[in-house]
Design a binder for this molecule. Sequence first.
Ligand SMILES: Nc1nc2c(c(=O)[nH]1)N[C@H]1C(S)=C(S)[C@@H](COP(=O)(O)O)O[C@H]1N2
Ligand SMILES: [Mo]
Length: 332
Amino acid sequence: MLIRTGRDGFQHPTASEITPRAVYEDRRRLLKWMATGAAGAALAQWAQREAFAQQVTRPGKLAPLQVVRSTVPGAVTMEKITEYKDATSYNNFYEFGTDKGDPVENAHTLKPSPWTVEIEGLVKKPAKFALEDLVKLAPQEERIYRLRCVEGWSMVIPWVGYSLAKLIEKVEPQGSAKFVEFVSLADRKQMPYVGSRVLDWPYVEGLRMDEAMHPLTLLTFGMYGEVLPNQNGAPVRVVVPWKYGFKSGKSIVKIRFTDQMPKTAWNKAAANEYGFYSNVNPNVDHPRWSQATERRIGEDGLFARKRKTLMFNGYEPQVGQLYAGMDLKKNY
Ligand SMILES: Nc1nc2c(c(=O)[nH]1)N[C@H]1C(S)=C(S)[C@@H](COP(=O)(O)O)O[C@H]1N2
Ligand SMILES: [Mo]
């Protein structure tokens, strides 16, 4: 059962969200577990996360989204949230220009409604979803993720969406499907820089199937409690928190299941600089600069210190296992 709170629309967790389901289903075990003190720790952790999530204020500029708390491990970082004005005015969205300030200025020509997302390729149930239906496929969760751009800056953003895995399960990939490809809109009428020669349009990104199925991989419809602003990839994008930001394609119109590693836009543009995996890794430098540190947007005053970049952007406990045995210097 979900209990609405009045002020901010957040929903408080039920016992099943704070305690492991098995424990909660067995009353005797629950009492034992509580006696160990683990319950207190879980509650304290929950209260702390709650306090941090309360930082999320709705900017009140766009349509609000009803959100529930995410129970996915690692889905809520406790770091200070980047200001909405920074997250929406310092962007990479090359379809609207290559300067950080271009998207906020130019993306008003994007029409995020009506919108459809096509699911095709190696799936048993190919489909065409109207955005309204896609939004309703699963409860919208709030996830507070670090976003680390390959250029050496980072932000902390409260995204709204659900695990991409929920959509993937619905469309039933065939056994032969090994990768998922994400295709962004490429419409010159709406996107002034589509046709420019910086990238081979449309913007394409991709994940291995197990990466796409990982619960942290978010099919994203909003941020800061509201629908996505155009410059952040309205009306639907992907967010993969342990990878460099460019793996998170914006304004997606197609999701294709394949048996071949997708040819991604950045890999085609410069294969020696942007590999398919692009996991955040402080030990593997970009050929032209170090990846060991990052600048947190909003902290860039005169005395702001650079932060150390974390392996897998800090999501190693959750995703490290996906890459066990892989040479991450080769598979950059
Ligand atoms: N379609 C499309 N998606 C894109 C990009 C782009 O140029 N086009 N830029 C990527 C890069 S480099 C980053 S860092 C993130 C930035 O997301 P944000 O502007 O919401 O912070 O979007 C990614 N998704
Ligand atoms: Mo980026």
